[in-house]
Design a protein around this ligand. Structure first.
Ligand code: ADP
Ligand code: MG
Length: 298
């Protein structure tokens, strides 16, 4: 029976209680056998509208007797039971339940992408995931989850783009301020590698490398994130994908944490990338929450 890893998030209503209810509901399904649950983390919202409440996040591990699609249906039923209304993208929600991994399966259908396309760089997913399944392998990165997390911890603020020139040009078009070698994305400043300056290190600056040119060189510092544009056809409405290009797979195998777009639509690129950069940061993890009648931080 395959292992299935599920992420829960809530930032509306009695968050911790909602996670407890979701866990109890899922654990009582006949086709799901609970194997573990992470602690509940309090996290800063990433990428959504300004000023939304903080999230409670938890990851659950099950043995699944059902198919991945049946499991997605259970997760959606669970969301519906606990009052979720689909509103704004990345906006407040009573309960979000996502399927992160289902054994070693790679699934790309209009309704379901597995591994979850944003899991490999989001700290609020990886940190709890590593508490329950450190040695589950992310089948696209080919790495243990604990290694993906370690890559976030031990890398420099370095971003690899593949194919570098195309993404860089699209970012330059979309960014409010840009020059040949510098692009600003919200609070972030992306700087092409090789710039000779002695400016002090700035926590908002990311150094950018083009994957096809730099990956083979030993000059490339350990990168925190790879952003990949995969030109394959995907289902209408989907903006993220699993890459098929051999070179893209090689970039992922080397970097680990990755985000794969299947569109270079400028506003989408900016939104996804700025949120991804933010989601790698340790400052998004604010503490451990436990339920003691009301939410309390430790
Ligand atoms: P998000 O979780 O990205 O904030 P939603 O929960 O509203 O957004 O999900 C939007 C859609 O994502 C769902 O209708 C579902 O079909 C699709 N989806 C694709 N892959 C997954 C996955 N691995 N887990 C959960 N939903 C997924
Ligand atoms: Mg979801």
């Amino acid at each position: 029976m395959p292992l299935a890893l599920v992420a829960l998030g809530s930032n509306q209503g009695p968050r911790v209680q909602l996670l407890q209810q979701a866990r109890a509901w899922l654990s009582s399904r006949r086709s799901l056998h609970p194997q573990g649950a992470s602690r509940v983390w309090l996290t800063r919202p990433v990428g959504g509208p300004a000023k939304q409440p903080q999230f409670a996040n938890q990851v659950l591990l099950f043995r699944a007797e059902c198919s991945p699609l049946e499991l997605l249906e259970l997760l959606q039923q669970c969301e519906a039971q606990l009052g979720r209304k689909r509103q704004q993208l990345w906006g407040p929600r009573t309960l979000d339940a996502d399927l992160l991994l289902y054994g070693q399966e790679v699934i790309q259908t209009p309704r379901l992408l597995v591994p979850h396309p944003r899991m490999s760089f989001r700290r609020f997913v990886l940190q709890p995931a590593v508490e329950v399944a450190p040695r589950m392998i992310h089948p696209v990165a080919g790495m243990y989850l604990q290694h993906l997390l370690r890559q976030l911890d031990q890398s420099e603020q370095v971003l690899v783009l593949w194919p570098g020139r195309q993404i860089w040009q699209a970012l330059r078009k979309a960014a409010s301020q840009s020059s040949e070698r510098l692009v600003r994305l919200g609070p972030w400043q992306l700087k092409l590698a090789g710039e000779k300056d002695s400016a002090p290190w700035d926590p908002n600056t990311w150094e950018v490398f083009f994957g096809e040119e730099e990956l083979a060189s030993d000059q490339l510092p350990r990168a925190r994130l790879a952003a990949i544009w995969s030109a394959q056809e995907v289902a209408a409405g989907e903006v993220l994908s699993v890459p098929e290009e051999a070179q893209a797979k090689e970039v992922i195998r080397q970097v680990g944490p990755h985000l794969v777009f299947c569109s270079l639509e400028p506003s989408l690129l900016v939104r996804e990338l700025a949120a991804a950069l933010e989601a790698t940061g340790p400052e998004t993890m604010m503490g451990i929450l436990e339920h003691t009648g009301k939410d309390q931080v430790h």
